[in-house]
Design a protein around this ligand. Sequence first.
Ligand code: NAD
Length: 473
Amino acid sequence: MSSQQPYSFFKSVEKSFDKAAKFTKWDKGILQQIKACNNILKLKFPLKRDNGEIEVIEAYRVQHSQHKTPCKGGIRFSDEVNQDEVMALAALMTYKCAIVNVPFGGGKGGIKINPKNYSVYELEKITRRYTHELVKKNFIGPGIDVPAPDYGTGEREMAWIVDTYASLKPGDIDAAGCVTGKPVSQGGVRGRREATGLGVFFGIREVCNMPDVMKDLGLEVGIKNKRVIVQGLGNVGYHTAKFFREGGAKVIAISEYEGAIMNADGLNEEEVFQHRKKTGSILNFPGATNFTNTADALEAECDILIPAALENVINGENAPRIKAKIVGEAANGPCTPEADEIFIKNGILCVPDMYLNAGGVTVSYFEWLKNLSHVRYGRMEKRFTENINTSIISEVEHLTGKPVSDQARKVILHGPEEVDLVHSGLEETMIAATREIMEIWRGNSEIPDMRTAAYVSALNKVGTSYAELGIFP
Ligand code: NAD
């Protein structure tokens, strides 16, 4: 809970929930069941550090809903981890999966450590012990609960998890589906690494392609030349910045915890990343100016602001100074309910986290399906499609008497690779979700903002699931 925040993260999710509940048909009982966190696991286990000292590690796994199984949600390594935060993030996962039609319940895990303070060997021991505990308590498995990366974790940790799980479940042919976000060599899917950032880009691009929405915001239709500010150059922030730049927008500022930089002509995220790797800081990047205060980057003039670091960074205190026309919540919970109210008053469109950053879980779903089907996407159809396309090109050349150009031939011939199918599945998912939420929002003038419309979409789907399960006839 920050000093500006009078209540907890979970409470703030509940507040948004209550705001939306009145636009649904569900009675109190169903709403209470949707809201509740079903299972909360709090763990303590010892770690023998490299220097021989014993440290007690605190960790969590929360399963918010089993209206669909397995549960799904990332594992966070941060010294800010606490039960309330994990519960809030698990609840957001339930709503997020429902909105993008991914058939999972919400879950989330967290280990209360700052990974920077531990050696790789210690991190491996912590991750493997955590997995062991989850197996013992039946809190992990391809049909039970499937973790993924989140803040402070990545492919490396997911590889440790799948290895530990598989070694404890010999002969389980679906063991690879116990976790997603794995390296490709360990059963991961191509396209997972960049999925959340790419999903953020697809979602915002779809909003920017809506003429009526852009007219209300006083912006030109389309993504080209939009001025974008990104907070956090981690997995999500880096890829969001990359796809915006490649899509024709200008990433004019990037902030990290040690500082922020600006260049009105646009920054290249890869160059900034390399500069940070080399110098240890984002500051003093050639051609850019440093912000005196990191937080000032959020308040700079721009069209699209992308908070992609942590929760509660835009709140009642700083929201009045936000100048962006669109705030795209790439992180989980970056804007508080007070910020939402201020955005409504100031005509700022906040595109909510619970669907905008669903790219990760969408592609995680594709990875899980790949693990259960034991076949790489594209393997069965790539060659077949290319053979058919070759015949079509020959027929067109024969009928027209003209050769198809080399460039067109390359495009037409191309049979789908795994990454093509994953990206196109993600694009379809994000476009459909954006349109569905906009339709709910625009279809009821009493719904105050896009977040409430997203919650309405989620509550309707989860509520229907419970009703159809016969729990609430
Ligand atoms: P990450 O650890 O890769 O990156 C986070 C970055 O934010 C780090 O580089 C960190 O230094 C930076 N940061 C921390 N405090 C900051 C501050 N005050 N100002 C500016 N930068 C700061 O984590 P990630 O996976 O990119 O996750 C970021 C957010 O996105 C989290 O809220 C996470 O829950 C959410 N998210 C992640 C995924 C995913 O697939 N990784 C999916 C959905 C949502």
